[in-house]
Design a protein around this ligand. Structure first.
Ligand SMILES: [Zn+2]
Ligand SMILES: [Zn+2]
Ligand SMILES: [Zn+2]
Length: 339
């Protein structure tokens, strides 16, 4: 028998799992209140059997977890479907490996970060997103958004050309995941990668990215932590990062607290700016070890450990607003950067 789904051999390496301390919990909210799950003792006794993959691998999962998290299982296990009579569902066309990741998320609220040969396995995450979409697991889709965002930051990587083909062929068009991927390419320095990669990028991805880079977009403003700012002299003034108008002393303007960009109030009211990866204004930050330079760290080129101040990114401060869905799950706490 021929099956179209071929399980990928990807190690889910718990030792290299990326922790999430850079975002205060609970950034990903599963929608399940712990109190709710413990309220009813039948939550612990009732399980459903899911037969997954071509070999019908059985997964015995607490029914309350499935129905509290997934509109699909809610309908299948509570509704008039045939499956609800014997609490068993067969899903022979999905990958066991991908379902294992979703099961892990169901029980722990943490989606393991998949690696292959030490590199981030974005393709696995894309497949898991598509599966979570099919099974109505909104919280799991948001968890994939979080893992991809943090993976892209920690490993300074983006999707490969074949990943863009998965994104544009296998995943529903109107998903915030596409917006995230386009922003990763627009707000990270990816020009050389796009130019020189030997493999072919998906044509529609390149089209969308080109349009994205040519038009103002709200996330270019949303990524900043803006506050009112008034240059006190001509010496301290700057130009609006969007329209380039000079921001004169004693007139109200807006500046980001994290990077150095400033905007005129008209551009902030419009809520638009252009996507760009290098818009911080030449500030530098020191990284660990620089203080040892004068102390005679011979041979170690510690002087190089000056790094350009990093520009704000939309998938950090504005992640929930831009890329999460909260039709069924509760919104994330507004704890990150006060948003
Ligand atoms: Zn900023
Ligand atoms: Zn302006
Ligand atoms: Zn959210």
């Amino acid at each position: 028998m021929t099956r179209s789904i071929i399980p990928h051999r990807v190690g889910t390496d718990n030792t290299s799992r990326i922790p999430t301390p850079n975002l205060p919990p609970p950034y990903t909210w599963t929608g399940a209140r712990p109190g709710q799950l413990r309220a009813n003792t039948s939550d612990f006794t009732a399980t459903s059997t899911l037969l997954i993959g071509p070999k019908l691998t059985p997964f015995h999962i607490h029914t309350s977890l499935l129905t509290s998290q997934s509109s699909y299982f809610r309908a299948a296990l509570h509704g008039a479907f045939l499956e609800s009579t014997h609490n068993s569902i067969t899903l022979d066309d999905i990958s066991v490996e991908h379902f294992q990741l979703l099961s892990s998320w169901l029980y722990t609220s943490v989606l393991p970060t998949p690696f292959k040969d030490g590199k981030p396995a974005y393709y696995t995450l894309l497949h898991v997103y598509g599966l979570a979409d099919r099974l109505g697991l909104e919280g799991a889709r948001n968890a994939v958004i979080d893992v991809i965002s943090e993976l892209a930051d920690r490993t300074n990587s983006v999707l490969t050309p074949s990943d863009t083909r998965i994104l544009y062929s296998n995943i529903r068009e109107k998903t915030p995941l596409r917006a995230l991927v386009l922003d990763l390419f627009a707000f990270k320095k990816t020009d050389r990668l796009l130019e020189t990669h030997a493999d072919w990028w998906h044509a529609a991805f390149l089209r969308d990215l080109t349009v994205h880079l040519k038009r103002p977009c709200t996330q270019a403003m949303d990524r900043h932590r803006l506050r009112m700012w008034c240059p006190d002299s001509w010496h301290a003034t700057r130009a609006c990062d969007h329209c380039r108008a000079l921001l004169p002393p004693r007139y109200g303007a807006v500046a980001c607290e994290d990077c150095c960009v400033a905007f005129c109030t008209r551009c902030v009211d419009d809520g638009v700016a252009m996507a760009g990866w290098d818009d911080s204004r030449g500030r530098f930050e020191m990284v660990d070890g620089l203080a040892d330079t004068e102390a005679g760290a011979v041979g170690e080129d510690r002087g190089r450990q000056l790094r350009k101040w990093e520009a704000c990114k939309p998938w950090r401060g504005a992640r929930c607003r831009l890329y999460h869905e909260h039709a069924e799950t509760e919104k994330c706490e507004d704890v990150f950067l006060g948003r």
